[in-house]
Design a protein around this ligand. Structure first.
Ligand code: FE2
Length: 205
């Protein structure tokens, strides 16, 4: 079984001006595809070839860094496309209550996501997740992922790699983070789905 790049769940102009169609053409069409192609090549003919992506990530973690990087990046990008939307809406009542408990207000959460994302050194990902029953902001470095982490339920993620924002915002990562978060591009419906399911999203087989 080989994995495919998850189709974008919106038009390529849907995330503008935060993320342009030009960025998506490279980010989705080239970067994500390259991770998928390299992972598929690495698992072909092995006993991981017919396993779910989450099992491949867990099996490669700590034992096969090359496969881990490509599998985790494949998963993270699929999760990232769903974490964004043309009109991301607002948090459901349940989420809003959890946001207020953990951060005081949605505005404060968005500010902390921007601050943590901007302060993250080099490449990585900033996540909204549930841990010990409460919302938390998590960071992972390079290709690392929450896909196979026990006790942490990822709700949303923002890509912090330069390829996610350089064409639109050049080196200004804070401008990208502000445009995504305050520009209404965070997909609160997807966050609510993840919360309701209670188990980590799975990459389409
Ligand atoms: Fe990326």
């Amino acid at each position: 079984m080989a994995f495919d790049v998850t189709p974008l769940p919106y038009a390529d102009t849907a995330l503008e001006p935060a993320v342009s169609a030009n960025t998506l053409s490279f980010h989705h069409g080239k970067h994500h595809k390259a991770y998928i192609d390299k992972m598929n090549a690495a698992i072909e003919g092995t006993d991981l070839a017919d396993k779910p992506m989450e099992e491949i990530i867990a099996a490669a973690r700590g034992t096969n860094q090359g496969l881990f990087n490509n599998a985790a990046q494949s998963w993270n990008h699929g999760f990232y496309w769903h974490s964004l939307a043309e009109d991301g809406g607002t948090p459901t009542d349940e989420l809003k209550s959890m946001i207020d408990s953990a951060f005081g207000s949605t505005e404060e959460l968005l500010k902390q996501l921007q601050d943590r994302g901007a302060g993250h050194f080099a490449s990585g990902w900033v996540w909204l997740a549930v841990k010990d029953g409460a919302l938390t902001i998590e960071e992972t470095h390079d290709g690392d992922t929450l896909a196979d982490k026990d006790g942490v339920l990822p709700l949303l993620v923002i890509d912090l790699w330069e390829h996610a924002y350089y064409l639109d915002h050049q080196n200004a990562r804070p401008a990208y983070l502000k445009a995504v978060t305050e520009g209404g591009k965070l997909n609160w419906g997807f966050a609510a789905e993840n919360l309701a399911r209670g188990t980590t999203w799975t990459y389409p087989a």
